[in-house]
Design a protein around this ligand. Structure first.
Ligand code: C5P
Length: 221
């Protein structure tokens, strides 16, 4: 029998949205379903990997009991969970839709509706993927996602370079059937040599398999 390609490989995956607290009952979030990240975690586990899945708030469930899931809520919590697991990881695939901004101050009590106009001051969150890119060793493989609406490939290549990635998965919002809540996705993979592979629209499970094969190749280089 053929040995599974990712046995003894630890892979860190992020998935889902993050929720940024405004007060004890409200948050800023986004529409990420977590489907792509959970599909990736399942595919990696099926190939024999030790998967650490850092998940924001999501209703998704994993197929494999071997997946070690760490539930987080905010971008700051997701960063901490990733930093704790990065050194020992052979590969990291950052699939989460992390909030770019978070409230500068979290109200300790529920905010009352007294003002007609109400401003929330926001501050930038830490870019988790970029932070890991800065710490990356030569033996580690780092994969990011880019969800773009215009100049898709150029923006994806810029991100690949700026964040020191080995591979970027571009999904365009211009493709119907691709994106957040859908069960299908259409992606283009771009590596450091700027080799481009564009795939057909297919299920997120099949897209996960394509990404997984690319990661196996990069780990073997
Ligand atoms: O720069 P942009 O947010 O478009 O980059 C998307 C990629 O970066 C995704 O892989 C996403 O998971 C990751 N990211 C992150 N931490 C952030 C923002 C994005 O890991 N704060």
């Amino acid at each position: 029998r053929k040995k599974l390609p990712l046995v003894n490989k630890k892979v860190l995956v992020t998935a889902g949205p993050t929720y940024e607290a405004i007060d004890p009952v409200r948050f800023i979030g986004n529409h990420s379903s977590g489907k792509m990240g959970f599909a990736l975690a399942d595919e990696l586990a099926s190939q024999g990997a030790d998967v650490i899945l850092v998940a924001g708030p999501t209703a998704q469930k994993s197929e494999y009991k071997s997946i070690k899931r760490i539930d987080v809520t905010s971008a700051a919590e997701m960063l901490d969970a990733c930093l704790e697991n990065f050194d020992s990881a052979n590969a990291c695939i950052m699939c989460a839709a992390v909030a770019d901004y978070t409230p500068a101050h979290v109200a300790q009590q529920k905010i009352k509706k007294t003002e007609d106009h109400f401003n929330i001051e926001l501050k930038k969150t830490t870019d988790i993927l970029k932070t890991l890119g800065q710490q990356k060793r030569d033996d580690q493989v780092l994969v990011g996602f880019a969800l773009e609406t215009n100049n898709e490939e150029q923006h994806a290549i810029d991100k690949l370079k700026k964040k020191n990635l080995d591979l970027i998965v571009l999904n365009s919002l211009n493709d119907s059937g691709a994106g957040f809540k859908s069960d299908t996705n259409k992606v283009t993979l771009i590596d450091r040599q700027l080799n481009k592979t564009t795939f057909e629209l297919k299920s997120k499970a099949e897209v996960a398999n394509d990404i997984c094969l690319a990661v196996v190749d990069l780990l073997n280089k």
